[in-house]
Design a protein around this ligand. Structure first.
Ligand code: AMP
Length: 438
C-alpha cells in the first residue's frame, strides 16, 4: 500500500518522499487510519518498526486543519535521547507545514523552553520530569489538547515514571485521543491502559521476542577479569567500523571507555551521569562517525536509532532477556546487517540460558584461537577496566582486518555495509538535516 492510499495531506506525503520512506511499514499501515479516525490505540511495537512516524503522520495531518498557536498534541517519552529522536522525525515530517514543534527535556535550560511554550507550539515532545516542572509552573497550557502519545510506556514504568505519568494525565483534559505505544504489554501496562484509554484498538506489530533477521549473534565465554582484554582484542583484530558497547553500570561504562580510549580508539561514553550537552555530543559524534565506539548503559541507549552500527557488544549479560533483545536491536536496523556479541563470564551463564530460551535459539560459542585465555588476574593497579595511561590519542588504532579464524566465524562479517552506511532511510535527519523550530 502506498502512503498516498492513507489519505494523508500532500505536504506530509512530500516529506515522506524526501525522507525516503518508500511505503508504509506494517505499524504505519495499521495505526495511521484509526488514529486519523480519532480512535485510542494500544500498540505493541518497538523502535525500529517505524512507530514514530506511525503516530506523527496522522497527528500532523489532523493538526493542519486546527487553529495554530496552541498545543494540540503531546508526546511523552522516557529518555532525552528518544525525545530528541522524535523531535527530529517530527521536524522532518512537518517541514512543509506551518506547524511548530517544541521539545521539553531535562538537562537543558528551562528559559528557552518557557519562551517556546509562551509563543505557542502545536506539538510538544517531552520527558516526564521536565514536563511536570513546566506544568507545576503553569507554563504548559493543555486546554486544547487533542492527542496524547505515551511512547515506550513499558520503559517509562520500568524507570519509575508511573506516578509522574498519572500526575501529567491528571492535568490534561479528559476528552482527548490517547495513543499508547509499548514494546511489551505486561499486566501493569494493561491496567494503565484500562484506566486511561477509551475503547482502544489493540495493535501488535513485529513483536520482537527475538532479534531481527540479519543480525549475527555469538557468545564469547571469558573470565570476568579478561573481558576488557577480549574486547580490546576484538576491536584490534576485527573489522568493526561502528560499535555500540553496553555495560550494566555507569561506572563500568566510564571505566571501559577510558581504557579503550587509552588503547588508541576513538571512543565516547553515554550514560545518565553525564550532562545533557555531553550526552548530545556523544550521540552526535557517534552518529557522524567521529567515534568508532560508544560505550553506553541500557537506559541511555534505549531505542537509539543510529543507522550504521555494525556491532553491538554486550560487555555484561543483561539480567532481563528483553534488555538483550533491545540492545541487539540497535544494529541490523532498517533491514541492514549487523553483528551482536555478548561476553559471558561463568557467573553469567545462567542469564545467557534465559536469553536463549526467550529468543528460541542457542548462540554459537566463540573462542578466539589467538587470545590468551590463561592470563592471570592483573595486579590491583591494572585492574581490568581501570583507566590506564597507555598509548594516548584519539585516532583510530585499527589495523587492517585480519580474519580471526575462530571456531565460529560470526565475528568476521562486520564489514557488510560499505562505509558503514547502506542506503539511508534517514536523509532528512542526518548530515544536512533540516532543522526548523518556529
Ligand atoms: P522508529 O521505529 O520510529 O524508531 O523508526 C525506525 C527507523 O525507520 C527510523 O530511522 C525511521 O526514519 C525509519 N522509517 C520510518 N518509517 C519508514 C518507512 N515507511 N520507510 C522506511 N523507513 C522508515
Amino acid at each position: 500500500m502506498p502512503f498516498k492510499a492513507l489519505g494523508l495531506h500532500s505536504v506530509l506525503l512530500q516529506a515522506t518522499r524526501e525522507m525516503r520512506y518508500v511505503e508504509p511499514t506494517p505499524i504505519q499501515s495499521a495505526a495511521i487510519p484509526p488514529i486519523l479516525a480519532g480512535r485510542d490505540l494500544i500498540a505493541a511495537a518497538q523502535t525500529g518498526t517505524g512507530k514514530t512516524a506511525a503516530f506523527l503522520l496522522p497527528i500532523l495531518h489532523r493538526l493542519l486543519s486546527l487553529p495554530r498557536g496552541t498545543t494540540h498534541a503531546l508526546v511523552v517519552t522516557p529518555t532525552r535521547e528518544l525525545a530528541q529522536q522524535i523531535d527530529d522525525v517530527c521536524l522532518g515530517l512537518a517541514y512543509h507545514t506551518p506547524l511548530r514543534v517544541g521539545l521539553l527535556i531535562g538537562g537543558a535550560p528551562m528559559h528557552p523552553q518557557e519562551k517556546a511554550l509562551r509563543a505557542g507550539v502545536d506539538v510538544l515532545i517531552a520527558t516526564p520530569g521536565r514536563l511536570l516542572d513546566h506544568m507545576r509552573l503553569n507554563q504548559a497550557p493543555f486546554a486544547d489538547l487533542h492527542t496524547l502519545v505515551l511512547d515506550e510506556a513499558d520503559r517509562m514504568l520500568d524507570m519509575g515514571f508511573l506516578p509522574d505519568l498519572k500526575r501529567i494525565i491528571a492535568r490534561l483534559p479528559a476528552r482527548k485521543q490517547t495513543l499508547l505505544f509499548s514494546a511489551t504489554i505486561p499486566p501493569v501496562i494493561e491496567r494503565l491502559a484500562k484506566e486511561i484509554l477509551h475503547n482502544p484498538l489493540p495493535i501488535q506489530i513485529g513483536r520482537r521476542s527475538a532479534p531481527a533477521v540479519g543480525i549475527t549473534q555469538a557468545a564469547y565465554p571469558v573470565a570476568e577479569h579478561l573481558k576488557t582484554a577480549l574486547l580490546q582484542h576484538l576491536l584490534r583484530h576485527t573489522e568493526m567500523p561502528s560499535v555500540l558497547v553496553f555495560t550494566r553500570t555507569k561506572r563500568g561504562a566510564k571505566r571501559l571507555a577510558h581504557t579503550i580510549a587509552a588503547d588508541g580508539f576513538r571512543v565516547s561514553e553515554l550514560h545518565s551521569n553525564l550532562t545533557q550537552p555531553q550526552r548530545n555530543r556523544a550521540m552526535e559524534g557517534f552518529r557522524r562517525g567521529d567515534y568508532q565506539v560508544l560505550v553506553a548503559t541500557n537506559i541511555a541507549a534505549r531505542g537509539l536509532d543510529v543507522d550504521h552500527i555494525t556491532h553491538v557488544i554486550s560487555f555484561d549479560v543483561p539480567d532481563v532477556p528483553d534488555d538483550y533483545v533491545h540492545r541487539v536491536g540497535r544494529t541490523g536496523r532498517a533491514k541492514a546487517e549487523g553483528d551482536a556479541f555478548v561476553l559471558v563470564s561463568p557467573a553469567e551463564q545462567k542469564s545467557l540460558v534465559q536469553i536463549e530460551r526467550q529468543i528460541g535459539q542457542r548462540l554459537p560459542r566463540v573462542e578466539l584461537p589467538d587470545f590468551d585465555y590463561s592470563q592471570r588476574m592483573p595486579a590491583r593497579s591494572e585492574k581490568p577496566g581501570r583507566p590506564h595511561r597507555g598509548r594516548s590519542g584519539s585516532t583510530s588504532a585499527k589495523s587492517a582486518p585480519a580474519p580471526l579464524g575462530g571456531r565460529v566465524s560470526a565475528h568476521t562479517s562486520g564489514s557488510a555495509r560499505p562505509g558503514g552506511k547502506g542506503p539511508s532511510l534517514h536523509s532528512a535527519r542526518s548530515g544536512g538535516r533540516r532543522r526548523r523550530r518556529r
